[in-house]
Design a protein around this ligand. Structure first.
Ligand SMILES: NC(=O)c1ccc[n+]([C@@H]2O[C@H](COP(=O)([O-])OP(=O)(O)OC[C@H]3O[C@@H](n4cnc5c(N)ncnc54)[C@H](OP(=O)(O)O)[C@@H]3O)[C@@H](O)[C@H]2O)c1
Length: 287
């Protein structure tokens, strides 16, 4: 009998790729062509049951915040209905589940402070709304589920065309001598998937289920982040401030998260985003 392995759904995405890199032969990845969420529990069971998962990691999502405003059905299938069905199946089979959510579940209350897991969510755009339905349904359906809210991911590499992370995008623009367009108004929690993945696995290992915030320590604006990318990579280009209110989906100024539950139950906080960014930019593809 082959050894049971982790199953990573959304395997071609930035976070899915990082789980597969870290877990190596302990995991099998399923991309969207192999498993698409949102088609019922039976469809999921047909693909997942033969794999006898040790745990399921759902790194898939409809992640395009602006497109979610108009493609609401697809956003709900991937972010809400699909995760709910997945959690129902995992509960039936007693497979632990790791699901990811977002800081965008906050914002409508306009509170100007970091949000803990105890703060009531209030999304301001449809992406945040669909992710909130998803995380709530997952936690309701499955006592052995983790719903982990993350934000502004970098540090990995999506295999999907046009889905470069912010750092990859800024470096590419600077190398081509093109301007970087960035906002100042939104408070970000840049989070490295390199920091995130081992901590998610630690939570699974400790059977610490429920809702967690896991983001890089410290906050910044996109303009500060872009300046730090340029400084650390020794590149130069013009940074142009853009109006965040000009985008199709509304963005709140404050959605940044505090890792309250992690920091009270674990000894080491996540690194500051500047430290994680410096470590990521020292990788060969940037030097
Ligand atoms: N990236 C961020 O800054 C950020 C911020 C906050 C929260 N998060 C959350 O973190 C998690 C990972 O994000 P990520 O940036 O790694 O995502 P990503 O790079 O966009 O990858 C998501 C993957 O999910 C796949 N997918 C989309 N709809 C699907 C469906 N219905 N069934 C199965 N697969 C589907 C996509 O496939 P296709 O490419 O073929 O569509 C894509 O490969 C998500 O839950 C996301 O909401 C991310």
């Amino acid at each position: 009998m082959p050894e049971r392995r982790f199953v990573v759904i959304g395997a071609r995405g930035q976070l899915g790729q990082e789980f597969l890199r870290v877990l190596g032969e302990r995991a099998v990845g399923l991309d969207r062509s192999e498993l698409e969420l949102g088609h019922g529990v039976e469809a999921l069971a047909r693909v997942l049951a033969p794999l006898r998962p040790v745990a399921i990691i759902n790194a898939s999502a409809f992640n395009q915040v602006d497109a979610a405003e108009t493609q609401r059905r697809a956003a709900l299938a991937a972010n809400a209905l699909g995760p709910e069905e997945l959690a129902q199946l995992c509960a039936q089979r007693d497979w632990p589940l790791v699901h990811f959510s977002t800081d965008y579940v906050f914002g409508a209350d306009e509170l100007a402070r970091l949000r803990t897991e105890a703060d009531p969510p209030a999304p301001i755009n449809f992406y945040g709304y669909s992710k909130l339905i998803g995380e709530t349904a997952v936690l309701r359906a499955h006592p052995r589920a983790l719903a982990i809210r993350v934000a502004h991911l970098f540090g990995g590499h999506s295999l999907a065309a046009g889905r470069a992370n912010l750092v990859e995008r800024f470096v590419e623009l600077a190398r081509q001598g093109k301007p970087i367009y960035a906002t100042r108004g939104q408070v970000l929690n840049p989070t490295s998937v390199i920091d995130l993945v081992p901590r998610c696995l630690e939570l699974l290992d400790r059977q610490d289920y429920g809702l967690f915030h896991l983001t890089g320590e410290g906050t910044c604006s996109a303009i500060e982040f872009a300046n730090e990318v340029l400084r650390l990579s020794g590149l130069a280009t013009v940074i142009v401030e853009v109006d965040q209110d000009a985008r199709p989906a509304r963005r709140a100024r404050h959605t940044a998260l505090e890792n309250r539950r992690w920091n009270t139950t674990h000894t080491a906080p996540l690194p500051h985003w500047r430290e994680s960014l410096a470590s990521y930019l020292s990788q060969p593809q940037f030097t």
